[in-house]
Design a protein around this ligand. Sequence first.
Ligand SMILES: NC(=O)C1=CN([C@@H]2O[C@H](COP(=O)(O)OP(=O)(O)OC[C@H]3O[C@@H](n4cnc5c(N)ncnc54)[C@H](OP(=O)(O)O)[C@@H]3O)[C@@H](O)[C@H]2O)C=CC1
Ligand SMILES: N[C@@H](CC=O)C(=O)O
Ligand code: NA
Length: 359
Amino acid sequence: MEPARSLILQAIENGKHIVTANKAVISRYGSEIFDAANKKGVYVMLEAAVGGGIPVIQPLKQSLGANRIQTVTGIINGTTNYILTRMKNEGADFSEVLADAQRLGYAEADPTADIDGLDAGDKIAILASLAFGGRIKLEQVYCEGIRKVTATDITYAEKLGFVIKLLAIASRSPQATPDQDLLSVRVHPTLVTLSHPLASINDVYNAILVEGEPIGQVMFFGRGAGSGPTASAVVSDILNIVAVLQMQEAEVVNPIIPHEMMNCTHQHYCKIAPMEDLVTRFYTRFLTKDSPGVIGKLGTCFGQHHVSIESIVQTGFHENLAEIVVVTHDVLEGNFNQALSEIKGFDEIDSIPSILRVL
Ligand SMILES: NC(=O)C1=CN([C@@H]2O[C@H](COP(=O)(O)OP(=O)(O)OC[C@H]3O[C@@H](n4cnc5c(N)ncnc54)[C@H](OP(=O)(O)O)[C@@H]3O)[C@@H](O)[C@H]2O)C=CC1
Ligand SMILES: N[C@@H](CC=O)C(=O)O
Ligand code: NA
């Protein structure tokens, strides 16, 4: 909290724009910081503060600006999601997994903030403020962490078709009236049905599901913690600020210069590799005469063209024709095509009804 708050306020006082990843400071001192920034005419950019590398602050501020948001539901703490995932998948011990999360750079300096839901509380306060267009008093955000979640609960939940996730939720309360908006903002472990889009968000990954009118549902997904993702968000914020500064400087000479991050500045064409150079797996279904050795012939031909086969099976018969399915490893598309054109000439081949790429 300190000296971060004082440094930010001092920098603003000196007319500097701010880029920060520090959600604890923003959620507590946001009012003071944004008031000071507005007074000085500087920006406070905080993309890294919520969801690490996931772009969610800018989309909420800009791309979704036309919507009336109803609900923001997120898995927004990487450490606890990592712990819950490993407890569920491996029956891993809580404190061992926490030590791993610390080693990997996911946890806060004091991991209590992660475990007790306080970090997610800071983040949902920031998201709620953006989504619902008002400031949030952090002490009014209900925070319950994952300390009480046991292996037994995880197993029972699984049997019932749920997974336990630490969810942060901000929604319009049903008690809201047309004259008086009312929000519910909370963090707590939650049983999530397996078919829900947030159920499959595992490990250090975060996701934020935004529901609004007229967009419906939109979900942001990516790595929520760790040095790389966080740096991605911090440096992108810096680039945005640089674009603003360049625009301000250039405006003196040319008053109609647009914001560099919003207009199109690319003038060259990108080089696109031909499909022949693509490296991919293939699924191919052949209909062949049911003669001995046909599978061997296919395998040999593919091998001669450096096409390595993952599986080759005869799946059945179609009107006296044998149906053979080949799945390759990653191969060069050009090599695969050469093998295939040779195979098409084999007497045994009746047809090749499907050729599909495999991810
Ligand atoms: N780690 C993550 O995944 C994410 C982190 N964040 C946020 O980013 C911020 C940094 O987190 P993270 O990098 O993980 O933390 P670390 O503990 O790894 O790094 C903190 C850095 O701050 C420096 N520092 C601490 N106190 C002072 C001080 N009084 N004066 C000057 N420098 C100081 C430390 O210096 P020294 O090494 O010399 O002690 C260290 O370099 C936090 O606000 C965190 O909440 C946000 C998103 C994701
Ligand atoms: N400790 C945080 C880091 C990113 O904000 C987390 O685990 O999500
Ligand atoms: Na982010």
